[in-house]
Design a protein around this ligand. Sequence first.
Ligand SMILES: [Zn+2]
Length: 918
Amino acid sequence: MVSVSVALFVSNLTGFAPARAWIAGWGGLPDVPFAADFSGNGRTDMVAYDPRGEGSLHLLPTKDGFKPADGLQILGNFGGNCQAIAVGSPGPEKPPIVVGLFGGNTIHFAVKSGAYPLKINNAWATLPRKIGNPVMSITTNRVFVFSAKDGSGFSIDPSTTKAEAVKLPANTVWLGDAGTNLVGKDTRGTIFWIDPNTLQRKGDLGKESTGSRPSAMPGLVVFGDQAWTPTKMIALESDGLPKADVARAVGRSGKFGRPIVYEWRYGSERGTGSLVQLRRGIIEEDAQLKEDDPESDAYNRCSGNDGLLDGWKKYGYRGLDLKALGCKPGQADVICLISRFDDVKQETIDAGVKRITSFYADLKCKNANGTTGINFHPVLLDPIKGDDAKNAWWVNRGKFLPDKWRGLVHWMQVTPGGGGQANELADGGTCGQNALWAVFVHEFGHQLGLNHEGFSPGYASPIYTSLMNYTYSYRFEDSLENVHYSDGSFSSLNLRENDLDETMAFSYDKLKFLEKGPYNFPVKKDGEKTLVDWNRNGIFGEKHVKSSITYAYSIGGGTRDDLGRSRTKTAPWLFEHQGRAFLLYGNNDLPKDDKIDPTLSPERPGRLILRRMDQPTKWEPETTIDSGGLTGDPVAVSYNGKILAAYQTSSGVVGRWISVGKNDTQMSSPFVLDADKTLVPTIAVYVNRAYVFLTNPATSKVTYRLIEKNVLTKDVKSFDFLSSNPVGLCLDTKNGEAILALAQDQDKGKTNRWQYRRFVAATDGTLTQTKGPVWVEGETGGSRGTGRMIALFDATKDAGPNGRVIIIAKGLTNATTPWSCCYMAHEIADPKFHGGWLVKRYYDEWTCSRSAPAATWFKGEILYSYRWVDGGQGETDNMLHVAYRGTGLQEQMLTDFDDVSYVRNFGLANSIPVLGNP
Ligand SMILES: [Zn+2]
């Protein structure tokens, strides 16, 4: 029942309190927002119509006027393709109705009848003709449907559903009921009066942006930055947020019928851009109401903009004594219940909480009462023990965060170990006790709305110095003590890894952190500016630099194309031939057996498959080169106008010539390269000869055969050094030398250490070493792995005047650890940094392979391919993945973000928007 004290007209209004955060992202586009009191409890709730699909109406009830309660759908299947919609009461004391126009002339109607959902009448009214560009409005005892163009349409009496032709002013895009007059808004943003009898325009009231929507009820029109009442205009206090279009809906709240205004922002800024705010009317009764009366506006304000009402902070709420905790109006407070696992020591919590409290107190953000920082108030709960320790953290949140305090407090559990998890812009999470304060403020940062990227489109921006960024979670300037929330200092910078500028318009003092870990970029002061050698080629101040500057954890390769769910049971091999990219790999149809490695072998042979790329993500169908004799990882090279492939079979290592035409593929018979079928072939072209290297996995001895023109020469040559891994060769296009990637055992703990050596070819093709070994990360480094090595030479300007060597290979695998991540290592100009090398993981720790990866230069990028292992020989095991940006350069922009302001001005209030049940 609507309280009888509600006046027909708004008459007790003297002003409006400042807008306060109500909820973020509720009822935003494409929804159409309204306000109505469907529950009939005297408090107008937010309502939103979602026009998608079959159309549905959603309600966000208010709890005692303090905050929203959990939302619910109150109407489904209102109809598809709704052309216009209105929700509201056709007069004071009347329950709200929903009307929508469908098919130009059919009006669907819904009203509450008992419990939800609302009851629909799909044939409530049919108009005599169809209305184009329709606008709908509910006013006292009338429903209007009219054309926004010429104003012609109909007025329907809701009690009889009889339609009467009407003509409203042309270009009216919105119509409201101000009481004695109707009020409209036109296409130019002018708000104007309309005579309720003649429906003629009567004079202007004001203006607002064309993308905004006003709201009216008898005695009140709210638009732009003001509100009209019969006695005076009221200025609406600015919310201090960036300019944005706003849709409004007015209503009443509480026993005095206090006018309220919901405001949906359509801003472009993160967070508050989609904020819904509430403006409460200040009414004559407020002067008499005691401050501790929850109906008093003073009680209901949120001058801390932290989601905790001033009245709660002064007088407590639902059994929580906020004042005793230290909460005060006008300052930012946040309360967190902390449940420690019983095997986490109380002292650990106490020390952590102390540090967490000072971390938030020290934030440089301002409060309305003149103080700075955020006041963090911990409430320590009883330890979690027994079976509860096995629960998912959100199950424990449901158990230990009392529902009556939902919307007032956050909750975090503290477990043994490290790491953590939390929901974003929400009230729960878990964190480990190791480096507790740092992990806590990271996970709590998620609760307060922050993500790992600082909302950069790209990943792991080196100038987003926040502890939310994995790059700086535990270390900043090489110390845990320096980790922090970012203040957005570098938000004006937009970095792109494929087009970097090495001159930065920031002082050396601001940027010198880049000299420290994890990147240790070379940085130089340049007057007011700073030079950063992003590509680490030893040259400072270059422009249009391409360099991965986000590899601290890993590099990606862009899209992981699975070539239509193709499978490989060998290492894939990539190469270029006649300007096209090709893949070579092997597969068989043997059933999976969890106890057996599915990789092709003499016991489990398979077919050899060739595949040509049409364009990225488009590959021609598989061509079978050998239908069943393949027993190991195949390789191939473009040589003398044909493809020369080499692979293991049960009768030895064989070679094969392949010609790929437009529509067909021809191949020679296999010819034996070596009768020893255990030798692993790799292949390359150097100074007009094709070299087939044969690495003996048992002895680490490497021999090689030469092919000149189309002839396999007789000699079997060998190196005077060993390689534990199949070798890889490429050409240094700067000085003409050959670069051979290999691996050697240094000692027991350092087997399979990566290195390269340089060679020139004698007239008979014999390779003579000119330099080496050059160990990856230096002789004392640790880079190593098993499986075939790939060497690539980078001659771009980013590689410096002499170019640089890139080695791509898999990490260490053996019988007990049969798969590993794959890596790219490349040289840099500074020999003192990790022996002059950077080593980067591909993708992440879950992207592992049983086989070596493949890579080749192709049109200025590195094509990269690997064989996915899913760990359990399931659906995705042995999936063949190809990435088209193997250099790891992200195309997405990288920048900085002001965590502190975001948390202070948005996250605090909007992470706890919804009140639970008392
Ligand atoms: Zn995180």
